[in-house]
Ligand binder design. Structure first.
Ligand SMILES: Cc1cc2nc3c(=O)[nH]c(=O)nc-3n(C[C@H](O)[C@H](O)[C@H](O)COP(=O)(O)OP(=O)(O)OC[C@H]3O[C@@H](n4cnc5c(N)ncnc54)[C@H](O)[C@@H]3O)c2cc1C
Length: 327
């Protein structure tokens, strides 16, 4: 049975940096807002791909850890009292004279006066560890949003990219033991991080893959094998972090009749898309001179919401006034 539609002033699709900042601005304008994201966590690419990395080019922060930036954005957005619909992929859009309606893949319907698409590079799906779905939530995870959850545990990390290496380094001092396996001998991660990992207490096995996970219902041990020699080893671990990367899919947005260019949504200088009531901001937008950075997404989010204000509330000014209360 389909649930009652949710009505809101602004629906934001995508809870990455641009979407979270847009939520703050919707609140600043006095609008109600709903933020929908297909992922179970807030923070978009930052939280999913590099929560432990330092970011050096966000205005006002000489260096800030990815997850700290997300936490700050969530705290700032809280003043807007957003309704978060996590685990919902926006699937369909219809635009009428008085509202735009978006339906999620779980048939949740949101009716909004304006829709802001901050979908970044699309929906992310973690590349699954083969034959292991059964252990998801039972010791197998694809994200480590809270490092503390793995404190005191024996952890196996699978992967050779930045996320795998970053998580190995961050867990080294928290977990009882950290083993990292990678199916190749060379890593794809930042060389400085790889060097730090090589010098750390993380046990590294390459070229190794998972043969079998043991335990019922929770992970108790993992059998790994050397894919060059077939040498096998049983690792006593309670937690497996599969950092095999993500596939990104722009999917639904490409079917909504929006003008696109190079798999991005074309916007004008007010962040309007080609559809009425529909705006876009952040990595997903395209215009001459576009630069895909967090700081640019913040500016676009502010522009988009303040221009959407005139659609949500006809007669409203684009300029929101100063948040400091200054003239
Ligand atoms: C390893 C790495 C390091 C980086 N370092 C930096 C850096 O140092 N400085 C910098 O400025 N930038 C950096 N970036 C880029 C930066 O992360 C992006 O520019 C930024 O995340 C874009 O924010 P966004 O909000 O537009 O989109 P995203 O962060 O991509 O968030 C989009 C959200 O939309 C959701 N979504 C997509 N489609 C749907 C749908 N149909 N329904 C529901 N939800 C949907 C996604 O699940 C996602 O959560 C880095 C990127 C990577 C991968």
């Amino acid at each position: 049975m389909t649930a009652e539609p949710i009505t809101t002033d602004v629906l934001i699709i995508g809870a990455g940096p641009a979407g979270l900042y847009a939520a703050y601005y919707a609140g600043f304008r006095g609008f109600s807002c709903v933020v929908m994201d297909s992922l179970p966590e807030l923070g978009g690419q930052v939280a999913a791909l590099y929560p432990e990395k330092l970011i050096y080019d966000v205005a006002g922060f000489p260096a800030i850890k990815g997850q700290d930036l997300v936490d700050g954005l969530v705290e700032q957005a809280a003043s807007a009292k957003p309704t978060y619909l996590l685990g919902h992929r926006a699937e369909q859009l219809s635009v009428a004279d008085d509202a735009a309606t978006v339906t999620s893949h779980k048939d949740l319907v949101v009716r909004a006066k304006a829709v802001l698409i901050t979908g970044g590079i699309g929906t992310f799906t973690p590349r699954p560890l083969p034959d292991a779905e059964h252990y998801e939530g039972q010791g197998l995870r694809y994200f480590v949003p809270k490092l503390d959850e793995l404190a005191g545990k024996d952890v196996l990390i699978v992967g050779g990219g930045d996320s795998a290496v970053d998580w190995a380094l961050s867990l080294e001092t928290l977990a009882r033991s950290v083993t990292l396996i990678h199916r190749r001998t060379a890593f794809r991660a930042h060389q400085g991080s790889v060097d730090r990992m090589l010098a750390s207490s993380v046990r590294i096995l390459t070229p190794y893959e998972v043969a079998h996970i043991h335990g019922e219902p929770d992970v108790k041990a993992v059998e790994v094998f050397n894919n060059a020699t077939d040498e096998r080893e049983m690792l006593d671990v309670q937690e497996v972090v599969a950092a095999l990367g993500f596939t990104a899919d722009l999917g639904p947005f490409t079917r909504w009749g929006l003008e696109q260019q190079k798999r991005h949504i074309v916007v004008d200088s007010a962040m309007r898309t080609s559809l009425p009531r529909v705006f876009a901001a952040g990595d997903i937008t395209e215009y001459d001179g576009k630069v895909r950075l967090i700081s640019v997404g913040f500016g676009e989010a502010a522009t988009a919401v303040n221009n959407a204000a005139t659609v949500v509330e006809p007669g409203a000014k684009v300029f929101p006034g100063h948040s400091s209360g200054g003239e």
